[in-house]
Design a binder for this molecule. Structure first.
Ligand SMILES: Cc1cc2nc3c(=O)[nH]c(=O)nc-3n(C[C@H](O)[C@H](O)[C@H](O)COP(=O)(O)O)c2cc1C
Length: 186
């Protein structure tokens, strides 16, 4: 099995991105599977690993960070790609004019990059459905500072996500693939 896509998702948006990445890699001819980071299994069975997490309050989900720290040695020996699902809204820049995908980079990424040297890290826009939020999250959304940066809606750019996944499938580290290795089990 060449590619494992693991994810940490609180409300489902990141899980769906991970599943789309696995499906896109499979459609490009490389077998791929998406799983929660807590059910990753034996990483040595995979040629490459993609790790993704939702971003909350500037941080990756704890289980995703801990997964990388715990598996640091084996991940450092594999081709690894990271992604984050975070910013919301239709504006590409924040109030200071900074690219939101840069401004939203989670605080852990520098440490994780130094630990396992991933081939890349990409921040994707996410999605927010108020109906799925807990009481604490609803309270945070009501704060004046949060209101503008936490609009309701689905801001995921599927074309961008699929293009990134095709780049992974085409990476020489994965070999050539073949039609009989396609399929997902997500
Ligand atoms: C309480 C709360 C805090 C958030 N904090 C951030 C943040 O600091 N940075 C960011 O880019 N996105 C933030 N978001 C947006 C989420 O990361 C985004 O909605 C993500 O796609 C959710 O993924 P999930 O459904 O897999 O949990 C926040 C959302 C909520 C509700």
């Amino acid at each position: 099995m060449p590619v494992l896509v693991v994810y940490a998702s609180k409300h489902g948006a990141t899980r769906e991105i991970a599943e789309r990445i696995a499906q896109t890699i499979a459609a490009a001819g490389q077998q791929a599977q998406a799983r929660p980071v807590t059910a990753a299994g034996d990483l040595n069975s995979y040629d490459a690993v993609v790790v993704g997490s939702a971003v909350y309050m500037g941080h990756w989900q704890k289980e995703a960070t801990e997964f990388i720290r715990r598996n640091r040695a084996v991940l450092a020996g594999h081709p690894v790609w990271l992604f984050s699902s975070g910013p919301l809204g239709t504006e590409p820049v924040d109030a200071q004019g900074q690219d939101l995908t840069v401004a939203a980079e989670p605080k852990e990424i520098a440490e994780l990059t130094a630990a396992i040297h991933p081939r890349g890290h990409r921040v994707f826009f996410g999605a927010l459905d108020p109906g799925r939020l807990g009481l604490g999250e609803r309270a945070i959304r009501k704060l004046p500072a949060a209101r503008a940066i936490m609009p309701e809606g689905d801001f995921r750019d599927w074309a961008q996500i699929e293009a990134w996944a095709r780049g992974i499938a085409a990476d020489p580290a994965l070999g050539t693939g073949s039609a009989d290795r396609t399929g997902t089990d997500s």
